[in-house]
Design a protein around this ligand. Structure first.
Ligand SMILES: Cc1cc2nc3c(=O)[nH]c(=O)nc-3n(C[C@H](O)[C@H](O)[C@H](O)COP(=O)(O)O)c2cc1C
Length: 161
């Protein structure tokens, strides 16, 4: 069963997660940065995983557009949705996920992944660092990747074959 993984990532967290999913799924999984998705034939894929990262409550616009544009086709496939985030309350993090994908796709998804995230001070620009200091009161790089949730997500997507 072929799997397509489409992601958007600013500092690499969602990219790494997408690549990990790609390795964990079967050999012929395609992992694509949404910016490189110009023409795509979804008929080639039985499973599609879509993910990005949350900034100020929002996922990357290109991920939103991709999900909207292909929604009817996506609803006929096995779907996984994931976010990278630093919201520590799982309920609020799930709200971040559900608010950023079309509701029918959220309802249809086999797996919804809260993968945690990272604050990487070295990769942030001045404004990002300022916001993170002010809003999250974080001054040093921190990694909060939720490996357990990634493994559960993989198991669900494999089970759904
Ligand atoms: C400026 C900024 C704003 C952010 N806003 C949120 C937010 O509203 N909610 C959240 O859960 N995480 C937020 N985060 C955390 C990111 O989702 C986290 O850093 C994630 O790992 C980024 O993934 P990426 O490297 O793939 O872009 C924010 C991070 C930055 C730098």
């Amino acid at each position: 069963m072929k799997t397509l993984i489409v992601y958007a990532s600013k500092h690499g967290c969602a990219k790494q997660a997408a690549e990990k999913l790609g390795e964990a799924m079967e050999k012929d999984a395609a992992v694509l940065d949404v910016r490189n998705v110009t023409r795509i034939d979804l008929d080639d894929y039985e499973k599609v995983i879509i993910g990005g990262s949350i900034r100020a409550g929002k996922i990357q616009g290109q991920i939103k557009s991709f999900a909207q544009k292909f929604m009817n086709q996506l609803l006929a496939k096995k779907i996984g949705l994931f976010i990278c985030h630093m919201e520590s309350d799982p309920e609020k993090a799930m709200q971040e996920l559900t608010a950023n994908f079309p509701q029918p796709l959220v309802d249809h998804a086999t797996a919804k992944g809260l993968f945690g995230g990272e604050f990487d001070m070295d990769k942030m620009n001045f404004i990002e660092r300022f916001i993170i200091r002010k809003v999250a009161h974080v001054t040093e790089s921190v990694s909060n990747i939720n490996e357990e949730n990634i493994e559960k997500f993989i198991a669900l997507m494999k089970d759904s074959e």
